[in-house]
Design a binder for this molecule. Structure first.
Ligand code: IMP
Ligand code: MG
Length: 183
């Protein structure tokens, strides 16, 4: 019997295929940070991370943004432990910060069906922000059905289930340092 963890098998045996390397992530996030710094100069945005998946990306992203920004989090659930979206979004933790009149930048790990993003757009728009923009590290563009453009996209990816760099499979493997495809 194989007593190694799934993490060990993923990394050592190449059980999962690397889709985006650490170096590629770092380079692209620098670019996003530069663009956001430029676009929000003088606006002091509030950056809202969508838990849990965003936690690695947002930590790296905000350290490339040279502005007086605030950070808050909200937590929603649309998947449970399944690999397919349930189509139902539940708010698990709302934002604490005052959103009205603020420049809001929402940080997502991945946009898959687009259901979560649509829900967030409606919910946050209703709080009358001065502006509302979205940044996602990964975007399954072919699959997602959203009626607006995403402002900042790290990588467009094919419709495959990915893990690592914050993204989980049944709540584990978020600590993989790169993005892998789970075949
Ligand atoms: P959507 O509402 O279908 O766009 O999916 C949103 C959420 O589902 C993301 O924020 C992720 O937390 C999760 N998710 C979607 N695709 C994947 C994937 O390929 N791997 C891991 N999590 C995913
Ligand atoms: Mg998420």
């Amino acid at each position: 019997m194989d007593e190694r963890t799934i993490f060990e098998r993923a990394v050592l045996d190449g059980a999962f295929r690397v889709l985006i390397t650490r170096e590629e992530l770092e380079k692209r996030i620098q670019e996003l940070g530069r663009a956001i710094t430029k676009d929000y100069r003088g606006k002091d945005p509030i950056v809202i991370g969508i838990l849990n998946g965003c936690f690695v990306f947002i930590a790296d992203l905000v350290r490339t943004i040279e502005l007086d920004l605030e950070i808050d989090f909200l937590k929603i659930s649309s998947y449970g432990d399944a690999q397919v979206s349930s189509g139902q979004v539940t708010m698990l933790k709302d934002v604490n910060a005052e959103i009205g009149g603020r420049h809001v930048l929402v940080v997502e790990d991945i946009v898959d069906t687009g259901v979560s993003l649509k829900y967030l757009e409606e919910r946050l728009q209703a709080l009358n922000p001065a502006s509302l923009k979205f940044v996602t590290l990964l975007y399954k563009k072919e699959k997602a059905k959203i009626h607006f453009d995403i402002d900042y996209v790290g990588f467009e990816i094919p419709d495959e289930f990915v893990i690592g760099y914050g993204l989980d499979h049944k709540q584990i493997l978020r600590n993989l340092p790169a993005i892998y495809v789970m075949d």
